[in-house]
Design a protein around this ligand. Structure first.
Ligand SMILES: *Cc1c(COP(=O)(O)O)cnc(C)c1O
Length: 429
């Protein structure tokens, strides 16, 4: 931290010396961890680059298509690149999938039929998926379509309960949904190796069970993806990691061709499948975003490590700890009180480029069962690969922070969030 930076932080945000000194002290210990993050980014950058070169990505792929979108070679090339990056047979990468939930829902509905069972061997799925599956009643859910659901919770230590998974598999089990990231749960995120072991176990019981991984927030955090560890389908959002902050909308489904085709028939229409779907000019942003994604994920990870380190030394409980092995970009911090959650989130908002002047409030978001506060001063609405913090407003008042398009901004954001708490007397105990 240089003197000019400190004095600008003082004049822009009125930040005091105590916090700046503490941050400087703590950062010194992070060098080896930050370096390891950069090594992973380097490898993933090479992977993305190789896929783009292999598919001969070119200027002509950046033209917009409209209407039906027949013969959209930009779209087809981008999908081939995704398949390459994820070492899969096939990929659907579409602006018509408007979020991670929509992509996951498309993969599930495309592959499940009346009478089938869906298994979650890793506990309760992400909030918005609960209505897709019908765990919470909702119009048009899988349950309404006659698809049954079984769940095996993680053990109290956060491990997979293999005995219970085996017992939960029936002749009707068609698909397993495996969530890599913690979501809004206080659990560790599953590593790719751990996911691979679980998939091998399930396939050992019945090898025709389709293993789908909800890869949201996980892309490029490790050097392997769940598809490198045996997943049949890997699904995520383009306004998270793989969009690199440039994708304005979209979702992806990649995996075994047969299962991706099933999803395509659901996304558009039986008989049309992947042949239609105009890209309306977004291919350049999706491709360039993918190109930047390894680096943006590294910035997010550096920010997460930095945030964890500072809050830990101030006595807060974090998950993961600053020096833990990571499998997603989410940093959870137990704040304990609504006042601290509010102050932290408002600080993240204060440090944003967009809407820095608004104070976020908790509200009833569609798909969530408690009020949620979201600090997201983002260029793309709701893009949580940009620095953002959110929290379901209920005990134990955990803030989930993720993203940062650049490390320089992530660091400023964490400092301003802590400064906001400090100014309200909520930081030091
Ligand atoms: C973000 C996320 C989703 C999908 O959420 P969208 O807001 O619909 O993109 C699903 N699962 C997990 C674990 C997520 O983090």
């Amino acid at each position: 931290m240089t003197d000019p930076f400190r004095s600008l932080m003082r004049s822009v945000y009125g930040m005091g010396d105590r916090l700046l000194e503490l941050a400087e002290e703590q950062e010194a210990a992070l060098a080896p961890i930050l370096e390891a993050i950069d090594d992973t980014a380097q490898l993933n950058q090479l992977k993305v680059l190789a896929a783009m070169q292999h598919c001969r990505l070119s200027d002509i792929h950046f033209a917009a298509t409209t209407g039906y979108g027949y013969n959209d070679i930009g779209r087809d090339t981008l999908e081939a690149i995704y398949a390459g990056v994820f070492s899969c047979e096939s990929a659907l990468v579409r602006p018509q999938m408007i979020s991670g939930t929509h992509a996951l829902s498309t993969a599930l509905f495309g592959n499940l039929r009346h009478g089938d069972e869906l298994l979650s061997p890793v506990g309760l799925p992400y909030n918005t998926l609960q209505k897709v599956i019908g765990i919470q009643p909702a119009r048009g859910s899988l349950a309404e379509h006659g698809v049954a659901y079984r769940q095996v919770d993680l053990t109290p230590e956060g491990g997979i309960d293999y005995g219970a998974v085996e017992a939960a598999i029936t002749p009707r089990t068609k698909m397993a949904t495996i969530q890599r990231s913690k979501g809004y749960a206080w659990r560790h995120s599953l590593g790719v190796d751990e996911i691979g072991k679980l998939i091998a176990f399930i396939k050992g019981i019945r090898k025709d069970i389709i293993c789908m991984v909800d890869n949201c927030y996980g892309e490029f955090v490790e050097t392997r993806e769940p598809s490198d560890a045996g997943a049949d389908l890997v699904v995520g959002s383009l306004i998270k990691n793989p969009g690199g902050g440039l994708a304005p909308v979209g979702g992806y489904i990649t995996g075994r061709e047969e299962f991706v085709e099933q999803a395509a028939a659901r996304l558009t229409s039986p008989g049309l499948g992947r042949e239609v779907g105009p890209t309306l000019g977004v291919v350049p942003q999706l491709a360039q975003g993918l190109f930047l994604a390894p680096n943006v994920v590294a910035a997010s990870l550096r920010t997460a490590v930095y945030t964890a380190k500072l809050l830990e030394c101030l006595g807060f409980e974090t998950l993961p700890r600053f020096d833990a092995v990571r499998s997603d970009i989410v940093q959870a911090v137990r704040m304990g009180t609504p006042e601290r959650v509010l102050a932290y989130c408002r600080g993240i908002q204060r440090a944003a480029a967009v809407d820095s002047f608004v104070a976020p409030e908790a509200w009833d978001m569609p798909g969530y069962d408690s009020q949620v506060i979201m600090a997201a001063g983002t260029f793309v609405q709701g893009a949580s690969i940009e620095l953002s913090a959110d929290s379901p407003m209920k005990p134990p008042y955990v803030v989930y922070q993720q993203g940062a398009l650049t490390w320089a901004h992530g660091k400023i954001g964490a400092l301003v969030a802590l400064d906001t708490m400090e100014k309200q007397g909520l930081l030091y105990s």
